[in-house]
Design a protein. Structure first.
Length: 70
């Protein structure tokens, strides 16, 4: 390999490593830990007709699914 290609590859590796390290150093928001109770919140169904409050489901099996379900 010639020198410019090696130099470009080295710079690319350093920039990529810096980007990964910068992402890892950002603090998480909140104080929840594994095993903590979920904070109470309200959410509407997809149609916007029904509002469900998490605390109203206390004592009932409940699954919280966050993300795209398409």
């Amino acid at each position: 390999m010639n020198r410019p290609v090696l130099l470009f590859a080295g710079v690319l590796v350093l920039v990529s490593a810096a980007a990964v390290l910068a992402q890892e150093q950002q603090p998480r928001q909140g104080n929840l830990r594994v095993g903590d109770a979920a904070p109470d919140f309200e959410i509407q169904d997809v149609a916007g007709k029904t509002t469900v409050k998490l605390s109203n489901l206390k004592g009932r099996p409940t699954v919280l699914l966050f993300g795209s379900c398409t």
